[in-house]
Design a protein around this ligand. Structure first.
Ligand code: SAH
Ligand code: SF4
Length: 369
């Protein structure tokens, strides 16, 4: 293995053990290193005081532990959503957010990080700010995990300050792949990040705490179903017939509903995870009573959940959010047909927390991407 400057977070567990042994150290040092990175949230090798000084020095020469650089941050008025724009090593930018959810009767308190997987996106969905930015490149596993580490350090530091009031808790409880980009179009890198998130040597997050959202790439959904970690799957559906979905989500022409829906049914059969269908409602586009019946018919007798979301306002006049009255009427039709759904309030609308929106404004206001 070459020992030129690796971002240590980019390495898989096996690669890390190889690096450690190429530096003349026993493999268990890799576990110690990971404990410092994910357990103690170390930002430098120097902090890793139970590693021999000589190893710390060799690591600093061979690899870096650099975090992502935040260039813009926004906190929503209710302080429950924090959106961060990061600059990557090559100057490109991506955005991520942290969303806080208080405990309710049925669920525990959550601190969810929404990560990006690509700079831009090739899929070109018409209502999506990222889709309209075009595609630049895939993110590496280290760049994906780096987004989560940033928020873990932030929350971890806040928890430390409040230690008297509350015992230390896991700084990030859930990760959703719902930021910029199509995760399943960057499969290998995303999967390596998932393995690290799930591993006891990494963040130790349960598979149920990890959600991959996809526009509906059928072969990759089938591949995901065969993996050993059964993550939660969300499908950005947005339309229940091919004619409309072809317009909103152009990749539907390649993977029409007649292929997508069976792949989702099979995902449940193989993994036991109920897929969630995301349906963003835009006024006069996909929010009519007939369209609700059509959706109910499409998902008939399927073990699934629907998330109804009143769309975020976009630069495009064609897509304005559905009024709550329409969202409620839509939901009523689904529930009358026995389909379970929740209405999701888009968090952080006041800080452009929709997919790619903060970056869109940044690009518009600056000359570098
Ligand atoms: N590419 C994947 C992951 C990104 S998730 C996917 O599409 O599923 C981003 C989510 O935000 C998707 O469900 C997408 O449909 C949704 N989204 C994009 N633009 C939006 C807008 N203007 N209002 C509300 N949701 C939007
Ligand atoms: Fe890409 Fe998802 Fe946006 Fe479509 S909705 S352009 S797949 S990020």
């Amino acid at each position: 293995m070459e020992t030129t400057h690796n971002n240590i977070i980019d390495l898989s567990y096996t690669q890390l053990k190889e690096l450690v042994s190429s530096l003349g150290e026993p493999a268990y040092r890799a576990d110690q290193l990971l404990w410092w990175i994910y357990g103690k949230l170390a930002t430098s090798f120097e902090e890793m005081t139970d590693l021999p000084q000589s190893l710390r020095q060799k690591l600093a020469e061979a690899a870096s532990l650099s975090g992502l650089t935040s260039v813009d941050e926004k906190i929503s008025a209710d302080e429950q959503t924090r959106k961060v724009l990061f600059r990557l090593d090559d100057g490109r930018t991506i955005e991520s957010s942290l969303m806080l959810y208080a405990a309710t009767g049925s669920s525990r308190e959550r601190r969810t990080v929404c990560v990006s997987t690509q700079v831009g996106c090739t899929m070109g969905c018409s209502f999506c700010a990222t889709g309209q930015q075009g595609f630049e490149r895939n993110l590496s596993p280290g760049e994906i995990i780096g987004q989560i580490l940033y928020f873990m350090r932030l929350v971890g530091a806040e928890q430390k300050n409040n230690e008297e009031q509350a015992p230390a808790r896991r700084p990030v409880t859930n990760v959703v792949f719902m930021g910029m980009g199509e995760p399943l179009a960057n499969y290998e890198k995303v999967w390596q990040a998932v393995v690290t998130l799930n591993s006891k040597h990494g963040l130790g997050l349960g598979a149920r705490q990890i959600t991959i959202s996809t526009v509906g790439l059928v072969p990759q959904i089938r591949r995901l179903a065969g993996e050993s970690i059964h993550v939660e799957l969300a499908i950005s559906l947005h339309a229940a017939n091919d004619a409309l979905r072809n317009k909103l989500v152009p990749v539907n022409k390649k993977y029409p509903l007649s292929h997508l829906i069976p792949a989702c049914r099979d995902y449940f059969k193989k993994t036991g995870r109920r897929p969630t269908f995301e349906y963003v409602l835009f006024q006069g586009v996909n929010d009519s009573v007939n369209q609700a019946h059509e959706l109910a018919h499409l998902l008939e007798r399927m073990n699934c959940q629907v998330n109804l979301i009143a769309g975020n306002p976009t630069a495009c006049k064609e897509f304005t959010p559905s009024p709550m009255k329409m969202v409620l009427a839509f939901q009523k039709i689904l529930s009358d047909s026995g389909i379970s759904s929740t209405i999701r309030v888009s968090k952080g609308v006041d800080i452009e927390a929709g997919c790619g929106q903060l970056r869109s404004r940044w690009i518009a206001n600056s000359s570098t991407p």
